[in-house]
Ligand binder design. Structure first.
Ligand SMILES: NC(=O)c1ccc[n+]([C@@H]2O[C@H](COP(=O)([O-])OP(=O)(O)OC[C@H]3O[C@@H](n4cnc5c(N)ncnc54)[C@H](O)[C@@H]3O)[C@@H](O)[C@H]2O)c1
Length: 338
C-alpha cells in the first residue's frame, strides 16, 4: 500500500539516477512535493523527462559538494533522501578522489546541515556490499561484521558510522538502508548491474563472460527499493531513528551462474564463458527479517519475472542503442564533475 505523504516535501539528492528517477515518481504518487538536486554527471537529465511537468515536482542542477546548492535545495523540505554518489566499485576505482569527496565528505557535510535547516528525516542509501565476503552458508544481518572489499563500500561505511554516531544528538531522524544489488526497469536503465547486464547481453546475442560464477549476492527490484524508502519515511520516528535496515528479500539471492541459467530459460544458442579470479571477490547472503518485523516491509518483485520481461523488451527492439561503456546506461565515465 502506498503511504500518504501529502504533508511532506522531499528532497531527493541524486534523483535523476537509476533509483532516483523511479523513487521520485513513487514519492509524487504518494502525494509528496518532490525536489531533485542532481549534477547529472552521466548526462542523465533524460531520466527526469517524465516528471518535469508534474505540478509538485521541481529540479535543480547542482553538486552535492556545494554547500550553497544543498542549502538552497533543502531549505523548506521535511525530508532528505541521499542517493547521489559514485555508485559501484568500478567507477570509484576510476575516480578515487571524487569518490571520497562525494560519497564520504559531501554526504557527511549534508547530514550535518540538515538539523539547522529544519529537516525532520534523513534516509541514507548504503549497500549490502558492505558485507563483502561473508560465509554464504549463513546470512549477514545488520549486526554482522562489515567486510568491505572496495573503496565504494569503505565510503558508504564511513557515512553509515557518522549517521549512526550522530543519531542521538541531532533533531533530524537519520536512517541507514543497506540495499541489495538493484534490478528492474528505470528511466535511467543501468546495464552495468549484474541481472540486467547478463540478461541484456544474452538476449542481444552477445558473448557473456562471467567471473566467479558461484559467488552469491542478494537482489532487490528498484520499485521495491523505492517502497522501502517510502516505508521508512512513513514509519514512526522512534522505529527508524539511528537504525540500519537491510533491504531485499531472502528468497531473491542468487549466484551469478543461477542468474545466467535463469536468462538461458528464455534465450537459445547463447555463448557464455565462465572464468575465475575477477577483481571483485564479494560473496555474501543477507537476512532481511528486521525490516519485515519492525516496519512490516515486504518485497513484491522477483528476478525471475524481470529476466523474462527484459528478454522480451530487448527482442522487441527496445535498448538497441546500448553500447559498451555508454554513460547513459551505466556508471562508466563521469561527464560532469571535477
Ligand atoms: N543500484 C544499485 O544496485 C544499488 C544497490 C545498493 C545501494 N544503492 C545506492 O542507491 C543510490 C543510488 O544508486 P543508483 O543506482 O541510482 O546510482 P546512479 O549512478 O544511477 O545515480 C546517482 C545519481 O547521483 C548523481 N550524482 C552523483 N554525484 C553527484 C554530485 N556530486 N552531486 C549531485 N548529484 C550527483 C548522478 O548524476 C546520478 O543521477 C546510491 O547511493 C547507491 O549507493 C544502489
Amino acid at each position: 500500500m502506498t503511504p500518504d505523504l501529502s504533508d511532506r516535501t522531499v528532497l531527493v539528492v541524486g534523483g535523476a539516477g537509476y533509483v532516483g528517477s523511479v523513487l521520485s515518481a513513487r514519492l509524487l504518487d504518494a502525494g509528496a512535493r518532490v525536489r531533485v538536486l542532481d549534477q547529472l554527471i552521466y548526462d542523465n537529465g533524460f531520466a527526469l523527462h517524465h516528471l518535469l511537468d508534474h505540478p509538485r515536482f521541481g529540479f535543480s542542477r547542482g553538486d552535492l559538494r556545494n554547500r550553497a546548492s544543498v542549502t538552497a535545495a533543502a531549505t523548506g523540505t521535511t525530508d532528505v533522501v541521499l542517493l547521489a554518489a559514485l555508485v559501484g566499485d568500478p567507477v570509484c576505482r576510476r575516480y578515487p578522489e571524487l569518490a571520497e569527496q562525494v560519497n564520504h565528505e559531501a554526504a557527511v557535510q549534508l547530514h550535518d546541515m540538515l538539523a539547522g535547516l529544519g529537516v525532520r528525516r534523513f534516509v541514507f542509501t548504503s549497500t549490502c556490499s558492505n558485507y563483502g565476503i561473508h560465509d554464504p552458508s549463513s546470512f549477514a544481518d545488520e549486526t554482522s561484521e562489515l567486510n568491505p572489499q572496495s573503496l565504494y563500500a569503505e565510503t558508504k561505511i564511513a557515512v553509515e558510522e557518522h549517521v549512526l554516531a550522530g543519531a542521538s544528538r541531532t533533531t533530524t531522524v537519520g536512517t541507514v538502508l543497506r540495499v541489495a544489488t538493484a534490478y528492474g526497469l528505470s528511466p535511467r536503465a543501468r546495464f552495468d548491474l549484474t541481472v540486467s547486464q547478463f540478461t541484456r547481453d544474452l538476449a542481444a546475442g552477445e558473448e557473456l563472460v562471467v567471473y566467479d560464477a558461484d559467488t552469491w549476492r542478494p537482489y532487490c527490484h528498484v520499485q521495491d527499493l523505492s517502497s522501502a524508502v517510502l516505508t521508512v519515511l512513513d514509519a514512526p520516528p522512534e522505529l527508524v531513528r539511528g537504525e540500519v535496515f537491510n533491504v531485499g528479500d531472502a528468497d531473491q539471492q542468487f549466484t551469478k551462474r543461477m542468474l545466467v541459467d535463469e536468462a538461458l530459460k528464455h534465450v537459445d544458442g547463447a555463448r557464455v564463458v565462465y572464468r575465475e579470479g575477477d577483481t571483485d571477490p564479494r560473496n555474501y547472503r543477507v537476512a532481511f527479517d528486521k525490516i519485515a518485523t519492525v516496519l512490516g516491509y515486504r518485497s513484491r518483485h522477483c528476478v525471475q519475472d524481470y529476466v523474462g520481461d527484459l528478454v522480451s523488451a530487448v527482442r522487441a527492439g527496445i535498448f538497441t542503442d546500448v553500447r559498451p561503456g555508454d554513460p547513459r546506461y551505466g556508471n562508466h565515465v563521469v561527464a560532469h564533475l571535477c
